[in-house]
Ligand binder design. Sequence first.
Ligand code: TMP
Length: 393
Amino acid sequence: MNKFFLDLGKQPLANNYLSIYKKKQTKYNLKLFFNTKNKTVSISKRIPSEKMFTNKYPYRSSMSKTMRNSFYKLSLEIKKKFNPKKILEIGSNDGALIKNFNKKIVIGVEPCNNLAKITSRKGYLTYNKYWNFNLAKKIRKKNGKIDLLYSANTLTHISNLAEVFKSISYLLSNDGVLIIEDPSLLECIKKNSYDQFYNEHIYLFSAISVKNIINKFNFEIFHIKNLTTHGGSLRYYIKKKNNKKLKISRSVHKQISKEIKYGLHKFKTYTKFSTNVQKSKRNLLKILNKLKKNNKKIIGYGATAKAVTIINYCNINKDLISNFVDVTPEKINKFMPGKDIKILNYDRNILKKYDFAFLGAWNFRNEIFNKEKKFLKRGGKFIIHVPFPKIIK
Ligand code: TMP
């Protein structure tokens, strides 16, 4: 049974950055529900994938040093621990992970044509397709079974999880390993980072919920790693149940116990979260309005999909945050979805004109603070909303 706990209002497509601002944009309800059976949190309104993952999809995994490093480190670990003969990545984006492997052993699957082109042009076999059973059949026929399947920040975007895991089970060899990583529900609740929810993020997983979801498909988690990426993620190492060669590590029990202790299996945890989110909205607006009254200039740093949730939920317009800045070519000179706030191209001097920077990309806080030492030195300040809205001095 799905129980409602939070309404984040009407939201535009999170990655639909428009060249010309339109007052009337299609918006969808963003309501959050807790599944009392499998303990997964999900959004109710499912938008057809074709509307979101277009041939102009602007999100590029390679745009931050943090993510490039994370994928590089993972590639070393995969080579050392599992030494796979064939690797397949579901949602290979612009190749941030696969570029670390020999072209002969790695396959990408990426539905966004503009991104798939980037890796196929570089000689990586890339299927410009959605992940489903037909594709798994096609790949198995051509390449045989795969011994390492990986997917980061992608499975939470696919509505039909039964098809996802059925297809993975069909393609993965019996002693193969599936690694998935996604934002952690525990970290989201702890940090009050409600901006993890936008229309592409259909689910937010916990170890408890992944265990419940994959159980039906004869999979089990054998190891879990906590990551700092994307505001706190979990990397799940998964195997087929009949593979007895891989032992289940203590990390699995440890994570699940931590989640139970925090109450992730109980509905009342989510009603409390909902109250905290509403408070967060009030307090962020209080800060921004006070700065506006004092004629301070504020820019948004990182035109993230997360920031789209915030500005639309809190109804922040350009009188409060005059512009955003971002390094992604696909976002520059476009408008923040749902709002008349223009995204400017990042250059070293851009922050000179502003007193405050609202951290849209708060998940890259350390990387950004390192980069913006000058801004901080001359008295510039960042505003962050996690775990509660505040000015960082
Ligand atoms: P994400 O939080 O969804 O991964 O998106 C991060 C966005 O922030 C992406 O558009 C790139 C942008 N960004 C910058 O503009 N400058 C930076 O220094 C970093 C780390 C990210």
